[in-house]
Write a new protein. Structure first.
Length: 692
């Protein structure tokens, strides 16, 4: 009974308090949290390494990080060397193999990471000494074995190849390249050619030059005393020798004199990656620093920002629009970005510039300013739970010549920013009339709209190299649809041979996100089809049409075909779609020519019997189908598929493509994978029972 009374009392109190709160107004932000950060104990080793120790005995855990303050490094024709050299540090030492090293780390439940910038280690206090010496061993005594170098090099090249058709990846590398220039250390990027040219000796020389005690900062955070940390640092690193480092002297790179559009042509793109960017100089010691942080948060820092609310919520151009402001001792970038449907690319650019201009010309409201301050207060306080964050504070103060209380007074300075400060720094750091609008997308669909904005449009390829203004590759069609389709049918074997084929089995293999999948497609005249995807022998996806109806089954969940999908399938009366193009209920239109894999191809827009459309590209010389682009609706979202066909080989008397490069884009995210044919059978092994 007492428990019941207590429950009723709590419920009544809650009801009364709820009634007294005005839910129509957001609650006022509370006072900024009081930040308690201990000053680090700082010493130096004889070889120049600065040792910083921040004691925190709340948990029995210690982390240590070694960072090398090398600054931006120009790699030139050896771009990618430092990343590869850093990866070699995790491939074993002269004392133990990679397997033995990893086993020793795992046995302690520790984390040890190495890179060209240094290393880090975290472990429980009782295991920390041993884990720390493992990190030191990896830094000082890497094995540099040829087989490890070859393995890592191959992995990097494979990764670069997989990114070639990723619009997001290309946009990520061309944006700094166009902003800083290809010869600037912050603008250069690795390519398949530059990585291929690297040798093991290059990596050894880079290690000797850049992995060094010079300009090194060793920071301990956690359950350790300064005396103990100093003893460990001395034992591990005091006798380590290396080349002295000097920061490169970099000339300031100017922004464009007037706003320009830099269009990077990606013919396979179904969305454009927009980057509105300008270079800035914003040292952390600059009095503007805190106001710029808040200004960026207001503009594009999250789902409540002006860019997000405009481009996503108001116009529906994108799944998300954001901005980012760099800072530090070196020139950096302000960038506002979004992935936008091709048809809305020019409109989105207008809205980006409008929001930037609004922040420059209008003061933010008190409510907007309070919200972003509250977010910074909360995020900053939560970040203090991360030992790595505390470690970065200690070294940042020294590297950036900041006052000792920089982080203790961080939130006070955030909360002192005014609406006038936001407007002032927006004018200073967010350019509108001398900015660079970098659009990575399908030039043939977005170039005309961008030109109408009134800014000069400069064309670039996906390696940030300038190309002729005609790079949209649009030209008047020199063949009609009937000729293009007939030439294709002749190229793959001829209509007579195609009509002899009454069934096909195509087996393919593919890898996606680390998974190996087996794909089998069976077809039977006139239009029955089943495609099965297996992983480890288990069916994970199945699409079936029996000539009348069909379904899609994924992970045990079945979905029946829609009327439109059934109509589309019934429109096929042969096993080769293009045969029906000439006689069936299909509508075709030639929309010009474009470059596909560096070669001219006719662009043919195809409307299917069910009303859906897709775009097909036929090589003007070989006449083969080389690319297919289509949209698929699934789970209340639009999925864009781009399939590039290659490696045509004869099976019987018919030419079939044996590779398919697939690019899938949805929700602003790209996924790329390759499918390779392992076997094709004609007129055998298929029965009507396969389509039940």
């Amino acid at each position: 009974m007492r428990k019941l009374i207590l429950v009723l009392t709590i419920a009544l109190l809650f009801q009364n308090s709820y009634a007294q709160i005005d839910r129509t107004k957001p609650p006022k932000a509370g006072p900024a949290p009081i930040i308690k950060i201990n000053d680090p104990v700082i010493t130096r080793l004889p070889n120049g390494i600065t040792v910083l120790v921040v004691e925190n005995h709340k948990l029995p855990r210690v982390t240590a990080s070694y960072s090398i303050d090398a600054g931006p490094i120009t790699e030139g024709n050896k771009a990618g060397l430092l990343d590869l050299t850093g990866a070699m540090l995790e491939e074993g030492t002269t004392v133990r193999s990679k397997a033995s090293f990893d086993e020793a780390v795992d046995r302690m439940g520790a984390n040890v990471n190495l890179s060209a910038n240094g290393g880090s280690v975290g472990a429980l206090t009782r295991y920390f000494d041993s884990a720390f010496f493992l990190m030191a061993e990896a830094l000082k005594k890497p094995s540099f074995k040829q087989e490890s170098f070859d393995k890592l090099k191959s992995q990097i090249i494979t990764g670069l190849k997989s990114e070639e058709k990723s619009v997001t990846a290309v946009a990520g590398r061309v944006t700094p390249a166009l902003a800083f220039g290809l010869t600037h250390p912050q603008g250069e990027f690795q390519t398949e050619a530059s990585v291929n040219a690297l040798t093991l000796n290059d990596a050894k020389q880079a290690y000797q030059k850049y992995i060094t005690p010079s300009r090194g900062y060793l920071t301990f955070v956690g359950d350790i005393t300064p005396a103990k940390a100093q003893a460990l640092a001395t034992k591990a690193f005091a006798t380590w020798k290396g080349s002295p480092l000097q920061l490169e002297k970099l000339a300031m790179v100017p922004n464009p004199a007037t706003t320009e559009v830099d269009l990077v042509d990606m013919p396979n793109a179904v969305q454009s990656e927009i980057r509105v960017t300008n270079l800035v100089s914003l040292p952390m010691s600059d009095p503007d620093y805190f106001a710029v942080l808040l200004a960026n948060q207001v503009l594009g820092g999250g789902s409540e920002s002006k860019l997000f609310m405009n481009l996503r919520e108001k116009h529906g151009f994108t799944y998300g629009a954001y901005s980012n402001m760099g800072s530090g001792r070196f020139q950096t970038q302000f960038t506002a970005s979004a992935a936008v449907r091709n048809a809305k690319t020019d409109s989105a650019v207008v809205e980006f510039l409008n929001e930037i201009n609004n922040l420059r010309t209008q003061k933010v409201t008190g409510e907007e300013l309070s919200l972003v301050k509250a977010k910074y207060n909360g995020d900053f306080a939560l970040g203090l739970e991360n030992p790595a964050r505390i470690a970065s504070f200690a070294s940042n103060i020294l590297i950036n010549n900041l006052p000792k209380d920089f982080y203790r007074t961080y939130l006070q300075k955030i909360n002192a920013v005014t609406a006038e400060d936001i407007q002032r720094v927006a004018n200073k750091y967010f350019n509108r009339d001398n900015t660079r609008i970098i659009v990575t997308g399908k030039a043939s669909e977005v170039a005309d709209g961008l030109k109408k904005l009134g800014y000069p449009v400069k064309m670039f390829d996906k390696y940030a190299q300038p190309v002729a203004a005609t790079a949209s590759n649009m030209a008047a069609p020199s063949a009609d649809t009937k000729t293009i389709i007939n030439d294709y049918l002749k190229a793959i074997g001829g209509t007579d041979e195609l009509q002899k084929v009454k069934s096909t089995i195509i087996n393919m293999g593919m890898s996606m996100q680390g998974m190996t999948l087996d794909v089998q497609q069976k077809k039977m005249f006139p239009n029955m089809e089943v495609t099965t995807v297996k992983m480890g022998g288990n069916v994970v996806n199945k699409n079936l049409f029996d000539g009348t109806t069909g379904y899609q089954e994924q992970m045990g969940q079945k979905k029946e075909m829609s009327k439109e999908e059934i109509e589309e399938k019934k429109g096929q009366t042969t096993l080769f779609d293009q045969v029906d193009y000439l006689t069936g209920n299909y509508k075709l239109k030639v929309a010009g020519t474009e470059k596909i894999e560096g070669k001219d191809a006719y662009k043919v827009e195809v409307t299917l019997p069910g009303g859906k459309s897709q775009t097909e590209y036929y090589d003007t010389q070989s006449h083969f189908l080389v690319r297919l682009v289509k949209e698929v609706q699934a789970n209340n979202m639009t999925i864009y598929n781009t399939i590039t066909f290659g490696d045509y080989k004869k099976v019987g008397n018919i030419m079939f493509p044996h590779t398919q490069q697939v690019a899938v884009s949805a929700n602003g995210q790209d996924q790329n994978f390759e499918m390779k044919v392992t076997d094709i059978k004609l007129n055998e092994g298929v029965t009507a029972a396969d389509f039940k």
